[in-house]
Ligand binder design. Sequence first.
Ligand code: HEC
Ligand code: HEC
Length: 285
Amino acid sequence: MGGSCIHIRVATGLALVLAAAVATTACEESPVDKQQPVYSCAPDEGNQLYEQRIAPLLATDRPKSCNNCHLAGIDLSLFQRATPCQTMACLHERELVDFDNPEASTILTWIDRATPGDGITQAVINEEYEGFLAWIEQSATCGTCPTFDNPCDEAEDAGEPCTGDEVFVDPGDCSEHTREALFQDRVYRWRDRCYPCHFDNKDNDGPNWIVTGSCNLASLKTMHNIRNAGYIDWQNPAKSLLLQKPLAQSAGGIEHGGHDKFSSTEDQAYRDFLSWIEREVSCTP
Ligand code: HEC
Ligand code: HEC
């Protein structure tokens, strides 16, 4: 089946506009495509499908659609567990796959976000998309393996912790790549100043928005926590809670359960935080 067919099927808005053209060109075979593939549900079918279509996608040297936006290590292999069964169970627990409607699976929308470029070709994206769709459909039809108590356990946080030693040269743009790397360089590297009160692996009073574990993923999740928690003041960056809470009250900060962490606005961490916030503001329409 044609790759463009897959793509258009997902981009529904576009599909409407192009419907007429598509019907006669790229998706000529679409009635066939739409048919549910038939699975025999033989005992080893799921494993075979995994070996043939999924395992090659996770090979370390293969370009990954996810890295179109995310830093290294944030890709489909994040969910890989000891066996194919457990991997699928983990994806299901995270609600990244939808057994009632495989095509609506979140993991497919993530794959489909990528656009060709930077070593990622449309063929790479299609192979991931079709491979995962087939595997989800097979699992939905035939059922998965035994039940796991905690399928996502381990592995996920097994990557390297962030050392903060890397030298980051800011390209100054608004790409997802740059924003993730900038956050790591300007904010996440200072996290020890907020230890242990805001760490997710510590039992404490403070709100736990600092995620620990594998460097690039932990940093990305922390960035989203900060955005989602409302710690950024989009109108007036210097008034952001992320800055005002740790800043000494004598320097214009507000009362903080963790007391003064930045003695003045000259503090290097304060300046780094502010520069990241200003970039986020300028990059967010
Ligand atoms: C076109 C850019 C793009 C592509 C491609 C992409 N993502 Fe993302 N991803 C984002 C953005 C932006 C967010 C944050 C907000 C959201 O969820 O929409 C995000 C969020 C995430 C998160 C959540 C982090 C958190 O806060 O918990 C994970 C995990 C993730 N992506 C993994 C992946 C994986 C795995 C792939 C490949 C299958 C992928 N992404 C493909 C842009 C992308
Ligand atoms: C000694 C413990 C401690 C340390 C260290 C600490 N905090 Fe806090 N922080 C707290 C507590 C407790 C609260 C909740 C009470 C409050 O809002 O002041 C809090 C609240 C916050 C809030 C508001 C959270 C919310 O959801 O309203 C932000 C933002 C914050 N801290 C940022 C930081 C930053 C940034 C650092 C490191 C530079 C830091 N804190 C270091 C204990 C700490």
